[in-house]
Design a binder for this molecule. Structure first.
Ligand SMILES: *[C@@H]1O[C@H](CO)[C@@H](O)[C@H](O)[C@H]1NC(C)=O
Ligand SMILES: *[C@@H]1O[C@H](CO)[C@@H](O)[C@H](O)[C@H]1NC(C)=O
Ligand SMILES: CC(=O)N[C@H]1CO[C@H](CO)[C@@H](O)[C@@H]1O
Length: 437
């Protein structure tokens, strides 16, 4: 079928020729800004699926932080068509979906606010901003209205994804946003911050990263966070969460919160620059998402390619402000939002990396077991199913369970950033969640 004339033509139109074979032409893409509030400009970047957008779902990817950029970190370090060295990524999600990166909340990545009072201060503001963006996106691109639309997320992105999904469900029912919303996937997500913090001690102890004294210290620090959360002193809880992380660092010789098999290195030195606990936490949890190599790429060749970034806007330049404006909302749980999603019939997937500390799987198990969802007893009784690791024959890559509208994927040998650690397994999960496998 594929004769030499055809092959020659394909290669001539392809940009990259490697190993004597022609690589596929670069994906069709588009990007723009939407002013979601007066003076609040949100940046999005869409890649059409390699195989054509009509046959495959549309996936919006939301990064964490808050202040981490999907168009930068998610795109070039995790799931986009090119990696940070601009080489094709074999496990890119554009192989199974059209992918929409949105730099949210405003101020993240290439998004920006004109005035210091323009940042979002809680998840409901984040959700209402995103609804404006989605309404604009689907109105401008009606060809995507009938394509199954999923929201995938990571870390704090999951907390925002849950809130956004609930607002989107209402907006679709009211007809104010025209799309085919098909589900939300919460990856290593900050749904119940306290359950994460409370399980750090037991998790680190069972993985030989705390001794008995260390366990007592970490548990004590976690208990203080718990008291603040129970008293609804959420800013105080954020401060004590920061203290608890310092206690973990001291007792583990600097375990990496994103993957317990590695250690913090370059970042740790930068922490000493923090003025206060909010700035410390922004350094801890936003700066790893915009390391110098990625910042150089985004503020260099990528900015030039995009051509629409205002001169005084720097990729990542407002990230710390995004984080600090959300500090009072940071430790609030959104478990009730997940319950509301399930009651509304939305398909919800939780996926978590085995080696993640900041949002350890143990903590996810705890809040899932407290769901008021009427399917929970059925889900709990069900046994999990192993999944082969597509990257390593004969090895188990994950376990999963699906009951009615809820699925859980336990991803092995992955930390917080699952697609960076286990790209092939993450792509397989994407296909399963979006019903292609
Ligand atoms: C960029 O410059 C414009 C015009 O001077 C100003 O209104 C805006 O606030 C600036 N934006 C940022 C992000 O500094
Ligand atoms: C939810 O998932 C089920 C399969 O588990 C599927 O049959 C159903 O269509 C999905 N719902 C939506 C809204 O896509
Ligand atoms: C597949 C499945 O069980 N879907 C359910 C999702 O939730 C709604 C609302 O509870 C049910 O009506 C569906 O049957």
């Amino acid at each position: 079928m594929c004769g030499s004339v055809v092959l020659f033509w394909l290669c001539a139109s392809a940009v990259l020729v490697r190993d004597g074979l022609c690589a596929p032409p670069p994906p069709k893409e588009a990007w723009n800004y939407v002013e979601v509030r007066d003076g609040a400009h949100m940046f999005w970047w869409l890649y059409h699926a390699d195989a054509g957008f009509r046959e495959l779902p549309l996936v919006m990817w939301l990064q964490g932080g808050p202040g981490g950029s999907g168009s930068g970190f998610g795109n070039f370090e995790e799931i986009g068509p090119l990696d940070r060295d601009l080489q094709p990524r074999s496990t890119s999600w554009v192989k199974a979906a059209s992918v929409l990166f949105v730099d949210n909340p405003v101020g993240t990545g290439f998004s920006f606010v004109d005035r210091a009072d323009g940042f979002a201060t809680d998840v409901s503001m984040v959700a209402s901003d995103m609804l404006v963006l989605l309404q604009n996106f689907f109105t401008e691109r009606p060809e995507f209205q009938s394509i199954p639309f999923y929201i995938f997320s990571e870390s704090y992105g999951g907390k925002m994804a849950a809130a956004i999904s609930l607002e989107l469900t209402k907006a679709v029912a009211q007809g104010s946003v025209k799309c085919s919303f098909a589900g939300v996937a919460l990856g290593d997500s900050w749904i119940s911050p306290l359950d994460s913090v409370m399980t750090w001690g037991p998790y680190l102890y069972t993985t030989s990263l705390l001794d008995d004294s260390g366990l007592a210290d970490v548990s004590g620090a976690a208990e203080a966070v718990k008291q603040a959360v129970e008293q609804q002193s959420f800013l105080k809880a954020t401060e004590l969460w920061s203290v608890a992380e310092t206690v973990v660092e001291q007792n583990t010789n600097g375990v990496n919160f994103y993957n317990i098999l590695t250690q913090e290195s370059e970042d740790k030195r930068r922490f000493s620059a923090a003025k206060d606990f909010i700035s410390l936490q922004a350094l801890r949890h936003v700066s790893p998402l915009q390391r110098p190599s990625l910042s150089q790429l985004m503020n260099g060749p990528i900015r030039k390619k995009l051509g629409i970034i205002p001169q005084n806007v720097t990729w990542g330049g407002q990230a710390e402000d995004v984080f600090s404006n959300m500090a009072g909302d940071f430790m609030k749980p959104v478990v009730d939002v997940v319950d509301q999603l399930l009651s509304a019939g939305v398909n919800v997937t939780v996926y978590n990396g085995q080696l993640d500390l900041i949002v350890d799987t143990l903590g996810q198990e705890q809040w899932v077991k407290r769901l008021k969802w009427d399917g929970l007893p059925g889900f709990s009784k069900l046994r999990w199913t192993p999944l082969d690791d597509p990257a390593s024959q004969g090895a188990t890559g994950a376990f999963y369970k699906t009951y009615k509208n809820f699925s859980f994927y336990w991803i092995l040998k992955a930390g917080h950033m699952i697609p960076s650690d286990q790209g092939a397994m993450a792509l397989k999960m994407l296909k399963m969640v979006t019903q292609q496998d």
